[in-house]
Design a protein around this ligand. Structure first.
Ligand code: SAH
Length: 407
C-alpha cells in the first residue's frame, strides 16, 4: 500500500514529531500525487523521513488530521483497535462493580484527546450519539458506526441505535453541511432516561444542546452534593443554579434550587426531570431569564444564597473575543459574590478554550476585589474522567472551574 505524500516545510515538523494532531496549510511545502478529500495520506519531512499518517482535506485550514505516528496502515483493524481502546478506557467493569449498574451517560470518544480527531461519541442509555466534526470522519461514518456496534456488543453492552448530531457550525470550516438523524437501529425516544447513581436525567438527543447533555459537567454535578454534605450543608440550603440547562447541578442537592436559564425548552425538561426525581426536602423553581439581568435584580432586592453555581455558555470563540468574554465573566462573578452569604460557596466555570485557567482565576479575583469580600479556593474543577485531555493536545482542555468559599 502506498500513500500520497504531504511534505512538511523545513523547521515546521516539530509539533508533528511531538504528536500534535493538526497539520495546518502553512506548514505544508508540497503535496505529491494530488490526494482526494478524506484520503489517508503520509506526512513526511522535507528530507523525506516518515512522520505520520492522517486524513486529508484541502478545504480546511487544518489540511491533515493525524491518526498515527507509526508506520502502520489505517485500515478497518486500526479503526476497530482505537475505538476499542477508547471504549474500554472508560472502565465500565469497575463502574458496574461499584454501582451495580451501567453508567448510562458518558463520553465514549473524545475526539483529538482520544487520538480520533473529529469524532465525538456519547452514550445515553442504549443509544449512542455521534458527532462527525471533520470531512475525514464524515466519510467514514458508516464504518465507524459498524465498529462501535461491534465493540459494544463484544463488551456485552446493548446498543439500540446510533443517532447523529453533526449540526455544528465547525463543520462549515471543513466544507460540510450540517446534518442530524438516525444512522443505525431504532429511533431514540423523545427523552432518554439517563441513570447515574440514584438519579435519572432526561436527555433529548434530537433537540438538546451538544449531543443532548453537558456530559463534561456530570462529574461536577455529582461532586456538589457530596461536597455540601461534607460541610454540613445538607438541609435548608438555598442554591442558585445560573445557566441551569436541564438543572443538573441542583438535582442531587437537598436544597431549595432556583434554576435560571434563558431557554424555555430546557427549563421545561428541567422541571420534568425534577418531578421524576422528587425527594423529601428538595424543591425547585425554574426561572426563564437572562442571567445577567436576573443577578442585578436579585442584588437590588437584597436576596442571599448559600450556594451559587455559575456555568455560562462559551463567551470567547477565539482569542480575539477574550477581552469581551472577560468582561462577561467578571460581571457574572461580581454579582454572584454579592449574593452569597458569608460562609457560602460559589462554583464558577468557564468553558471558553481561549480563556486559560490562569486568566479565569485572575478574572474571578478581579470580581472579588471589587466587592471587598474574601474567598478561598477549595478545589480546581475540570471535565470528568470520560473527557480526557491528551497531553499532546492542550487545546482539549476547555472547561475550568473553581469551587470557592466566600466570606
Ligand atoms: N450548567 C449546565 C450547562 C449550561 S450550558 C449543565 O450542567 O447542564 C449554558 C446554558 O446557558 C444553556 O442552557 C443556555 O440556554 C443558557 N444561556 C445562554 N445565555 C444565557 C443568558 N444570557 N442567560 C441565561 N441563560 C443563558
Amino acid at each position: 500500500m502506498t500513500y500520497k505524500q504531504i511534505v512538511i516545510q523545513a523547521g515546521r515538523e516539530k509539533p508533528i514529531r511531538n504528536q500534535h494532531p493538526w497539520v495546518f496549510s502553512g506548514a505544508i511545502a508540497s503535496t505529491r500525487g494530488n490526494p482526494t478529500a478524506g484520503e489517508i495520506v503520509e506526512v513526511i519531512s522535507h528530507k523525506g523521513d516518515f512522520l505520520a499518517r492522517g486524513y486529508w482535506n484541502a478545504k480546511s485550514q487544518i489540511q491533515v488530521r493525524l491518526l498515527t505516528w507509526q508506520d502502520e496502515h489505517i485500515n478497518n483493524d486500526w479503526w476497530r483497535a482505537i475505538i476499542m481502546r477508547a471504549v474500554t478506557a472508560r472502565k465500565l467493569e469497575n463502574w458496574r462493580q461499584a454501582h451495580q449498574h451501567d453508567p448510562h451517560g458518558y463520553r465514549v470518544i473524545n475526539a483529538e484527546s482520544d487520538y480520533l480527531p473529529g469524532l465525538v461519541v456519547d452514550r445515553y442509555g442504549e443509544w449512542l450519539v455521534l458527532q462527525a466534526l471533520t470531512l475525514g470522519i464524515d466519510q467514514r461514518k458508516k464504518q465507524i458506526v459498524e465498529l462501535l456496534v461491534e465493540v459494544f456488543a463484544t463488551l456485552g453492552i446493548p446498543v439500540k441505535g446510533v443517532y447523529e448530531r453533526s449540526d455544528v457550525d465547525v463543520r462549515k470550516k471543513e466544507g460540510l453541511a450540517l446534518t442530524a438523524g438516525l444512522l443505525y437501529g431504532e429511533e431514540p425516544p423523545a427523552k432518554i432516561p439517563m441513570t447515574r447513581e440514584a438519579l435519572i436525567r432526561l436527555v433529548d438527543v434530537r433537540n438538546g444542546h451538544k449531543t443532548g447533555y453537558y456530559l463534561d459537567q456530570l462529574g461536577n454535578q455529582e461532586y456538589l452534593p457530596e461536597f455540601l454534605m461534607s460541610v454540613d450543608m445538607e438541609e435548608n440550603v438555598k442554591l442558585l443554579n445560573l445557566f441551569s440547562y436541564t438543572g443538573g447541578f441542583g438535582l442531587a442537592t437537598a436544597a431549595h434550587v432556583t434554576n435560571v436559564d434563558a431557554s424555555h425548552d430546557v427549563l421545561q425538561l428541567a422541571e420534568e426531570t425534577y418531578q421524576l426525581n422528587h425527594f423529601e426536602g428538595h424543591d425547585a423553581e425554574f426561572v426563564q431569564a437572562n442571567a445577567f439581568d436576573f443577578l442585578r435584580d436579585q442584588v437590588a432586592e437584597g436576596v442571599q444564597y448559600d450556594v451559587i453555581v455559575c456555568d455560562p455558555p462559551k463567551f470567547a470563540q477565539n482569542t480575539r473575543q477574550v477581552e469581551g468574554a472577560a468582561r462577561g465573566y467578571k460581571d457574572l462573578n461580581l454579582h454572584s459574590f454579592k449574593l452569597i452569604k458569608a460562609g457560602g460557596y460559589l462554583m464558577t466555570f468557564s468553558c471558553s478554550g481561549a480563556i486559560t485557567r490562569d486568566l479565569f482565576q485572575k478574572i474571578v479575583f478581579g470580581a472579588l476585589a471589587d466587592t471587598g469580600r474574601q474567598a478561598q479556593i477549595i478545589r480546581h474543577l475540570s471535565a470528568g474522567a470520560d473527557h480526557p485531555v491528551a497531553l499532546t493536545f492542550p487545546e482539549g482542555e476547555y472547561l475550568k472551574g473553581l469551587l470557592l468559599r466566600v466570606y
